[in-house]
Design a binder for this molecule. Structure first.
Ligand code: ADP
Ligand code: TPW
Length: 596
């Protein structure tokens, strides 16, 4: 402990310079408190940005973090801060940090934590919590909740730190858990009493851990690599599927080299678009419904055979019915050793980090790799040409009011002209049409609803994308989707971020023309106020708002937003009859399933 000459020990930082306190000279301050240890532990590990929302017991922490030089991005709702943190993690391979108050703030952040775990995004939710003694006896503390227990099933790992000397270990374990192996969401519980706790400064400093090699490379076994190559080499109709794990891995050049050297056609999953430019001649996106059932060997790189790939079976894959396997053989490159066989047999699992696996495959391929049979490539090219022409016809139409195609034709041009811009996308039809119409040219530029198809990521992702990258962000939003996080327009304006939100406004969920079948006074549960002026929301906070009724108006407004880099919201009015229920996943809708 410090040898204090004066009556009062001063010690919120590990500052060692002598101080004058109450007119007396003190010995060097040798105490450090929990606030400072948390800040030092985060800084030591290269954390420079915090997404959160202040309140008891973390208000002072937000102030002190900012004072210590970290960027603190303060949101209007914790869920949006959480989504921001999770996508910052995906973009940067550093865990995104979300900081919340206890019980209700924690619960608001929890949806994002669970979503991060589901999507394999590295994120740490740090929440302040109430007095353990009172919580455990359920005596009714302020914002009482057993947060650790509630977080655990939704997180890859969850830790609580009770003593200041354990802060270093708690932060280190959280970082390691979030980043190593399959990334995920981690919960870190800091009870209020932790922050003002003081300990000896030197011991405190020694307790901090700079995590060494938080995401260790995992080198695949050579025989696993060879097995995969043998299978691919013997294929008549091979296909590669790139998932968001491949985008996360940041092994862009090697992945491209593997695709190009094998000559195998590939399909990017939604957030893997742009890993190779969508205009790449080997992209089979425009022939997806042909290649999935026809392929004989499929190599998955950082993509799970979950619902987004029809669980690897059923009619999508050429199976007789939903329960039937299509006969494909699968290679799966994944860091999780438990992923293989989760839906269908994986004939050649390659377990390791994608960078190491792809490098090992390139190394073992040899210089003479046979191109896939010309018949297969020709059949795909033929379908692509036909489908691209069909899409061209739809895009060329100019109906009044606009439909999804005529509006997204503009977005397609704008993204082509601005390939560094980051595209955030949510909605149902707004999501599906954007994914298929708007080409991406660079890796990790498309951020969307991910594995859950969750609405509400829009403004949180947009804020994080702008903060992390400094690039222009274009958010293409369904009007329903936007409503989940729309208040963060204030955040976008407050931090003056280059975010251009385009709402494809068709007056409702999926579409806007439903009516109450009883003729009663309430509107249909699926519709909103007709002709809503969403653009005024951005104007309310000093940003730019534009009502766009034609493709020309939309184009002009987007070009101006990108030129000025000002926060902009464009209310793009779409035909309220445009759109189908649930977009492209109508088949998952129980109501639709009942129909013959
Ligand atoms: P998508 O939705 O794009 O199909 P998924 O989220 O289903 O992608 O799959 C991502 C997969 O990538 C997960 O199984 C995860 O374990 C894996 N993954 C994530 N990061 C890495 C990495 N660095 N190396 C190997 N696999 C990874
Ligand atoms: C957290 C269910 C899926 S898509 C959607 C909802 C409510 C909105 C579709 O309307 P939108 O788009 O955005 O106007 P468009 O182009 O089709 O008109 N709650 C959560 N997540 C999901 N997925 C839902 C509800 C849903």
């Amino acid at each position: 402990m410090s040898s204090v000459i004066a009556a009062k020990p001063v010690a919120t930082t590990a500052d060692e310079t002598p101080k004058i306190v109450g007119g007396e000279i003190t010995a060097p301050s040798q105490e450090i408190d929990g606030f400072q240890l948390v800040i030092d532990a985060l800084k030591l590990n290269g954390i420079d940005t915090i997404f959160g929302l202040p309140g008891i017991p973390i208000t002072d922490l937000t102030r002190k973090l900012q004072a210590a030089g970290l960027r603190v991005i303060s949101f209007r709702h914790e869920q949006n801060a959480g989504y921001a943190a999770s996508i910052a993690g995906f973009m940067s391979q550093k865990p995104g940090i979300c900081l919340t108050v206890s019980a209700p703030g924690f619960m608001n952040g929890l949806a994002a934590l669970a979503n991060a775990t589901t999507n394999c995004f590295p994120m740490i939710l740090i929440s302040g919590s109430s007095e353990r003694e009172i919580v455990d006896l359920q005596q009714g503390d302020y914002e009482e909740m057993d947060q650790l227990a509630i977080a655990r099933p939704h997180a890859k790992a969850a830790f609580r730190v009770l003593h200041a000397e354990d802060i270093g270990v708690g932060v280190a374990r959280a970082i390691r858990a979030a980043l190593s192996g399959r990334p995920g969401g981690v919960y870190l519980d800091f009870p209020a009493k932790l922050f003002p706790q003081t300990i000896d400064a030197e011991a405190g400093r020694q307790s901090l851990i700079k995590v060494v090699d938080p995401a260790p490379r995992q080198i695949p076994a050579p025989d696993a690599v060879q097995r995969a190559l043998d299978l691919l080499k013997g294929a008549k109709r091979p296909l590669i599927i790139l998932g968001k794990g491949a985008a996360y891995a940041q092994a862009d050049a090697d992945i491209r080299a593997l695709v190009e050297r094998t000559g195998i056609p590939y399909l990017p999953m939604s957030m893997a678009k742009g890993l190779l430019p969508d205009t790449h001649e080997q992209s089979a996106s425009a022939a997806r419904s042909y290649v999935l059932p026809e392929a004989d060997v499929v190599m998955l790189i950082g993509a799970r055979l979950n619902w987004l790939l029809s669980q690897g079976k059923g009619k999508t894959w050429g199976g007789k019915s939903a329960k039937h396997w299509g006969g494909q053989k699968f290679v799966q490159i994944d860091i999780s050793p438990q992923e293989a066989d989760s839906n269908v047999r994986i004939d050649a699992p390659v377990v390791g980090d994608i960078g190491s696996c792809v490098a090992a495959m390139l190394g073992a391929m040899g210089s003479k790799w046979p191109k896939p049979p010309a018949e297969w490539l020709g059949a795909i090219a033929e379908r692509k040409t036909k489908n691209v022409a069909k899409m061209g016809e739809s895009l060329a139409q100019n109906p009044t009011p606009m439909n999804f195609h005529s509006a997204l034709n503009v977005v397609r041009d704008i993204v082509k002209a601005n390939p560094d811009a980051i595209l955030v996308n949510e909605g149902a039809n707004a999501l599906d049409f954007t994914r298929s119409i708007v080409d991406m040219y660079k890796p990790r530029k498309r951020l969307d609803v991910g594995t859950w198809g969750v609405m509400g990521i829009g403004m949180g992702f947009s804020v994080a994308a702008a903060v992390v990258s400094g690039e222009q962000v274009i958010a293409i939003e369904g009007d329903s989707a936007f409503g989940f996080s729309g208040m963060e327009c204030e955040t976008i304006c407050r931090y003056n971020l280059p975010v251009c939100v385009v709402i494809l406004n068709n007056n409702g969920v999926y579409r806007g023309d439903e009516v109450n079948p009883t003729g009663g006074r309430d509107p249909s549960p699926l519709v909103f106020v007709k002709g809503a002026r969403y653009e005024m929301l951005m104007q309310a906070f000093g940003g730019v708002g534009v009502l766009a009724r034609t493709p020309d108006e939309l184009r002009k407004a987007m070009e101006e937003a990108i030129r000025s880099r000002r926060p902009t919201l464009i209310n793009a009015v779409i035909d309220e009859k445009a759109g189908t229920e649930s977009g492209r996943i109508t088949s998952l809708n129980p109501a639709a399933k009942k129909k013959p």
